[in-house]
Every structure is written in C-alpha cells, then in structure tokens.
Design a protein around this ligand. Structure first.
Ligand code: 4NP
Length: 157
C-alpha cells in the first residue's frame, strides 16, 4: 500500500516546500520510496511555477536538502482524491482547506504539528516577512514533525 502525503501552506514557497523536501529525503534514506509519496501546494495562487523562496532554498541546502526541483502550485479539490494525509502548516491554511474539502474525503486533514506532541507550537510560523532565524525554526519544526509523521504512518497506515 502506498501512502500519499500533501503538505500545504499559503504561498508554497517557504514552509510546505521545506516539509516536502525534508520528508522526501527521509523517505529515500529509510528505503520507503515505494511506500510513501510526498508533494506540496499552497492555498494561494501567488507563486505558481516559482522556485521556493531563495532564503528557503539556502537554509534547506545548508542542512543537506535540495529543493531546487520544486515549483509552486495551488491546492485543488482533486488533491483530496489523491492524498491520504493533507497537512496544513497553520490554522488559516487548515480553514481554507476545510472550505474546499469534498464531503467524501476519508483521509486525514489536520495541522502538521499535531504529529509533534510535547512542544508548545501548533503552527509552523510563516517566515516570509521575517529574518533568517525564521527559516531555521521552520527547518527545526519540520525535521522533528516529519520523523513523528513517518513513525505514525509506519505504525498505523
Ligand atoms: P509560505 O510563506 O506560505 O510558507 O510559502 C509565504 C510565502 C509568500 C507569501 C506569504 C507567505 N506572500 O505573501 O507572498
């Protein structure tokens, strides 16, 4: 069985591409490429076809993640037919996803950080309007939550 995961943020140039790239690398490292597939999208159409933000690319590259194959796209209702887990970076993303979710969707729609208990944040903070430290925080949260999500998928799905 293949489990498909979609990470969703607002612009699809900072947070969800980071989660996409980190998860993809963990999947390769653990020999799970036939078991788990991953993608990302934004709730907005602001950055269609764009590379991730240069600050996102650099911060990820510094930790060994290559995001340069990724291009911005907008989430669609059709994604609910394709993906088993649709994971929002913040409450606003989640509210927008709830609005377009088809009634028949039987997968998991929720906040990405719900897989990461024992830490105070429920949302991955948007780093777009801040400094470089915000991009490091995104990576810290994403790396930890991807590990927790992988454990969840491998033990339950
Ligand atoms: P993301 O960050 O949702 O993590 O990709 C943002 C990227 C772009 C904008 C806002 C947030 N923007 O306003 O263009």
């Amino acid at each position: 069985m293949v489990t498909k995961v979609l990470f969703v943020c607002l612009g699809n140039i900072c947070r969800s591409p980071t989660a996409h790239g980190v998860m993809a690398q963990k999947i390769v490292e653990r020999g799970l490429i036939k078991r788990i597939r991953v993608d990302s999208a934004g709730t907005s159409d602001w950055h269609l076809g764009s590379l991730p933000d240069p600050r996102t690319l650099l911060a990820a590259k510094t930790r060994g993640y290559d995001l340069s194959d990724q291009r911005g796209r907008q989430v669609t209702r059709g994604d609910f037919d394709e993906f088993d887990f649709i994971l929002a970076m913040d409450q606003q993303n989640l509210a927008n996803l709830e609005r377009i979710k088809p009634r028949h969707f039987a997968g998991h729609l929720g906040l990405f950080l719900d897989f990461l208990p024992n830490q105070p944040l429920r949302e991955v903070p948007d780093p777009y309007h801040g400094g470089t430290q915000g991009f490091e925080q995104v990576l810290d949260l994403v790396e930890a939550s991807c590990d927790a999500l992988l454990t969840h998928i491998l033990t339950t799905a």
